[in-house]
Design a protein around this ligand. Sequence first.
Ligand SMILES: Cc1ncc(COP(=O)(O)O)c(C=O)c1O
Length: 388
Amino acid sequence: MRFDHEYFDAGLYRLGTRCEKWDMAREEHGEDVLPLWVADMDFPSPPAVQEAILARAAHPTYGYTAEMDDDHQALIDFWQRRHGLTIEKDSITLMPCVVTGLKLAILALTQPGDGVIILSPVYGPFRMSVEATGRTLMEAPLKRRADGGYDMDLAAVEKQLQSGAKLMLLCSPHNPASRAWTAEELTALISLLDKYGVPLVSDEIHADFVYAPGKFVPVLTLTQKNTMSLCAASKTFNLAGLQQASCICPDEKMRAAFRREMDKAGVRAGNIFALEGTRAAYNEGDAWLDGLMEYLDGNRRHLAALVAEHLPKARLTPLEATYLGWLDLTAYGFGEDELMQRTIAAGVQFTGGRFFGEGGDGFLRVNIGCPRRYITEGMLRLKKALEG
Ligand SMILES: Cc1ncc(COP(=O)(O)O)c(C=O)c1O
């Protein structure tokens, strides 16, 4: 099978599959809304995934299931092959999803009321996880560059460390700022945290979505101390419904604390189909993923061209990573509520910027993990929404 432009351009009819992106959009906003919101792609997962799940489903009993060495080996081989990271088997803990991992890590590494640093704007559940666990949010807002891109503000991070922060959550690559952090940036952050003895939890769920010539730098290639990476095949291969992710933590003490919290909460991995699908994706998904990245690279250029042509006052953050465009519409003068009302009325659903923090007011996040024609249609509807 060829995973070329035609394959990804064909897309997939997803209505009626309990698909959050399409079925919920339709239920909440009516028949004609085009969903370009939640980070979920409108492409089939690699054929090997479906084959593995169907093969297991054909065996007619679904009892307790054990994760085995080959489940770990598939993840180890994939990360070695694609990102040059060597992972020891013992450092892996499977869990249902990355957000579960964020919450467990906060519980494991901090006490109630402790400060947790985030680089805002950032994926909403970072903030929500800090709040839900009764910790104190400490923001170190990203700095905006003249080209609309974002940088870490290490001075702001250090200020929070001096104020007593006990943990840092990093989104790497960054959603929604579309940044692939460089080795230099990560090294500077790690040495700053090390100076204050503060642990780092790096959400690397978007690791596989870095566009050439950029390169994803796993934080664990730079340090193995006081650091954990939360990752998954779910974003990469569109398997979020399977509910499986991994915590990779070479630091024994930190890992033990994480596993204790997991045990206390009664959280377990080991979904029968998740194990089959994830192993197949890691072992046999490379050609599909290479094809996907080529297609998404075209999509990000297409989005930039459409914005330039139709939305003269908008500013698209340079998309170094992820399939999520961060669109600054503040020049149009609409707040979050009005932007959402106008876009839904024009028949298109984006993720509102405030989901990522207060700094996101007047922004929309555009999901380009879909056939290219949806992006064209979505941007034309957005133009109508802003002009109407
Ligand atoms: C940065 C980031 N982390 C975590 C998630 C969600 O992962 P999970 O479904 O494994 O909790 C997303 C989904 O969009 C994300 O963008």
